[in-house]
Design a protein around this ligand. Sequence first.
Ligand code: FAD
Ligand code: SF4
Length: 501
Amino acid sequence: MLLLPILGDQLSPSLASLCGAPRSGSVLFMAEVMDEARYVPHHKQKLALVFSAMRHFAEERRAEGWQVDYRRLDDPNNLGSLDSEIRAAAARHGASHIRMTEAGEHRVRALQATIEGATILEDDRFLVSPAAFTAWRGLRKRLRLEDFYRWQRRETGILMEGDTPVGGQWNFDAENRKPLPPGLVPPPPPRFAPDAITREVIAMVEARFPKNFGTLARFHWPVTRSEALAALADFTRHRLPHYGDYQDALAHGEETLFHALLSPALNLGLLTPRELIDVALAALSAGSAPLNAVEGFIRQILGWREYVRLIYLAEGPEYLRANMLGATRPLPAIYWQGESGMACFDAAFTQTRDLAYAHHIQRLMVLGNFALLAGVDPHALHHWFLIVYADAYEWVEAPNVIGMSQWADGGLLGSKPYAASGAYIARQGNHCRHCRFDVKAKTGEGACPFNRLYWDFIARNEPHFASNPRMGRILESWRRFPPARKTEVRADAARFLATLA
Ligand code: FAD
Ligand code: SF4
């Protein structure tokens, strides 16, 4: 008897450990366990999503003829941890062998390693293997997303004509920064009504995790592969054509713009990255989406998503403790309660609470940027981001927060910090017109808090930026401030920071 334990984010019929396994003579084993549900107090929607998708996956495999042993969270005999559940299942079924696919997170990999005699297969649902990345990295002086992305374009032939990028440019980033023009209304993403399984899971989450962050009333995530495919088709048809243009936009009253909202399904394994890329390439060939949209989308999947995972795996658990700028401020209460008075922040907070989703620019340039400027402990912010999003798994969340957003790794992932004053937020959208703060004012009570903090952040971290060529111009500007203005700016920032609970 072969035991095939499947983890909650391994919901892919093509999973390495399932491939080639005989249906007769194998038991597919899945368990909802408290240790995983509680290692951070996940958003209620994340819990409901994972448990519902697991239950649907188990039902689908049963219907295909697999023998499935499924342990529910509310089973009185549930042992509470993955490793003890796997050991007990092996004994129950008299398994002569256990075969698993490697987990995505260091923490779960360490658990898998304790299971005696188990074979652990590499997770091949990604496009680049850790071994190929290590070999490539070994040949390079610097580590940059753009170099990685070009390497992968060449390796895979995606968006290539021979050795030349399609359209003559590797990336169209400069064309992907438009604010949303008045009158253009982004089509809303599809909403998947909870079925009986999801409704039962939602009730269980409400009953067992009543104090967790977030609300469940607007739970509409795809929970099966067929729903995820429908979400992908809807995105390709209705939002991909404008994805490139408004990728970096912020708009008041618009929660999702032209984004895909596919990360929760993708990270669970309901879709594969190659499927997303192929669908975008097909839209380009059919003339239904322009090159700047398709390239912009593919860069996120083939570039960023692969890149952050490989850095997470290569750098090991130590990466989570990085704090290059020595930031120590506890996470301000506005991250849990909202009501900051900042229109951009409160919009991102509210939809995070109600949808377990915020798009990239909200995460990076509003929520992340504010914490960076305020000097919040990157580990506290990492913990928050891991809790609040439906797509949050440490392998993708931690490098985005610690590396990209907080520059706590000292520039390993990004060449300069994503720090910006209110002017950036004003340029990308219309939140400022709905805000009680004045984005044009630099200091004082009514001034935009991003402005009040920006130069203080630069001044505070001057020694860290001194040798960074990409920070040279900013530092020069700060150094040209008259001394009295410098003192006033720093005192004003201190006054604002003192108001942050
Ligand atoms: P789209 O904008 O439509 O992008 C398409 C796809 O590209 C996404 O579904 C995602 O799979 C991929 N992608 C885009 N940007 C990134 C990126 N920087 N890293 C990895 N994949 C990317 N993504 C997560 O999946 N989980 C997280 O926990 C997470 N935390 C983040 C925290 C911070 C501070 C930042 C700045 C980014 C984070 N991201 C995370 C990356 C990105 O913001 C989300 O993947 C994206 O917002 C998901 O929404 P979408 O599907 O609508 O994305
Ligand atoms: Fe955000 Fe500042 Fe604009 Fe208000 S004024 S919305 S705080 S950038």
